[in-house]
Design a protein around this ligand. Sequence first.
Ligand SMILES: Nc1ncnc2c1ncn2[C@@H]1O[C@H](COP(=O)(O)OP(=O)(O)OP(=O)(O)O)[C@@H](O)[C@H]1O
Ligand SMILES: O=C(O)C1=C[C@@H](O)[C@@H](O)[C@H](O)C1
Ligand SMILES: [Mg+2]
Length: 172
Amino acid sequence: MSAVPAVVLVGPMGVGKSTVGQLLAERLGVGYRDTDDDIVAAEGRTIAEIFVDEGEPAFRAIEKRAVAVALAEHEGVLALGGGAVLDADTRALLAGHRVVYLSMHVDEAVKRTGLNAARPLLAVNPRKQWRELMEARRHLYEEVATAVVPTDDRTPEEVTQQALEALELKKA
Ligand SMILES: Nc1ncnc2c1ncn2[C@@H]1O[C@H](COP(=O)(O)OP(=O)(O)OP(=O)(O)O)[C@@H](O)[C@H]1O
Ligand SMILES: O=C(O)C1=C[C@@H](O)[C@@H](O)[C@H](O)C1
Ligand SMILES: [Mg+2]
């Protein structure tokens, strides 16, 4: 049985996937789901604990399965973890979906995420880590996206409106 998400959101940590995803779901009258939350619920551990206990490769394997399940089950707005696009099979699964890449510049990223231990990949020197992550990932986000919505200097409501317009789900 396969459902199709109305919209899949991708983008780096702190770009606003959860905030915008919930607004977008309200506007579309559909449910919101987040693969990071699915993983935490299924594992009974935080993402940071999974990274510490088992390392990043094990987390990526768990994430890959969680994304495949959510893509097959969910009909609403689906936010993926920031690193989900690193997996080639996941990128292939995203083909044919409406995928919005929420983007932002490094200054905004550091402001939104800060020094936050809940984001293990940004726990030390967040500015440098964020630059390196984006250098490695920007092209992957762009590859899977059917629309790119910059979020700098926009409120979550404005980002939501831009996403709806970019997807032609709502007229300007
Ligand atoms: N357009 C925006 N302008 C300013 N701040 C924002 C905007 N969107 C989200 N934020 C703030 O940035 C922070 C991160 O947002 P959010 O948790 O939605 O991001 P995320 O992409 O879901 O992050 P994560 O990768 O941790 O799941 C929150 O404090 C949120 O209130
Ligand atoms: O960008 C990443 O690699 C991550 C983003 C978060 O959503 C979590 O999935 C986790 O902290 C890893
Ligand atoms: Mg989130």
